[in-house]
Ligand binder design. Sequence first.
Ligand SMILES: [Fe+2]
Ligand SMILES: [Fe+2]
Length: 274
Amino acid sequence: MQQLTLDNIDIPSLPPVAVMVLNLAEKETTSLDELNDIISRDMSFSSRVLKIANSPFYGRHEIADIPSAINMIGFKAMVSLVVGAASRDIYRKTNKFENRLWEHSMAVSLAASLVSERTRAAKPDEALVAGLMHDTGKAVLSYNLEKIYAEVIEMAERTGCTYVEVESKVIGYDHTDAGGVVARAWNLPKSLQTVMENHHKETYDKSISPHDKVLCDIVRIADSICLNRGLGFYKAVPVERQAMDRLGFTDEICEKIIEELPEKFIQQRERFFD
Ligand SMILES: [Fe+2]
Ligand SMILES: [Fe+2]
């Protein structure tokens, strides 16, 4: 087997515009002008963002420039749009499982925003970005080890073991380890690094802030809802009770989200499939 360690992993580059926008979103005070400046400087990104802003999802307005797009869809939605478009590029590099990985990430981002909206445990936009990025480690593993990762997916589906278990066995480490390396290499905000590295942990390290623990709980709940619904991948997994209790996420809210998710997912997909 090709030896791939966390030190020699080949990390695709994240467009600088996405890193700048993510860091801007982390600041306490930011202005629309700053966001406009960053996006407008990147021509190819600007045109993609405009295309999405003019898509049916937003009601097909005639939006010709970035400031109008930001005004219409709002600062936070624009941040997730830029990150979504950037992470779509990363998934394009993963060949065989591109669509499944991407669909899974989009579904989890949507479910995570619904979970935080209903529980008010975190800001829905923040949860949306965390959901979009949570499994980037899988995309990077698949990008580095295409054939081996195809076996991992096949084995996880056939045996009923979790991806983390199969990855550790076959590769020697898992997608959250890879996710942590990638998040640091891209210089992503701390909360995203934490989610990418800890979203499968049931107990968290003391060094993780209460806010980031909540984000990890939200993403893990959203992840299991999507896996149970077969969004991207199928896996029968219980929604973790402890995390549900910590967030005040009841069975009723869970049922409601499970019911709404497929239709909302179709709308969400329209935004990012170009
Ligand atoms: Fe994961
Ligand atoms: Fe996932």
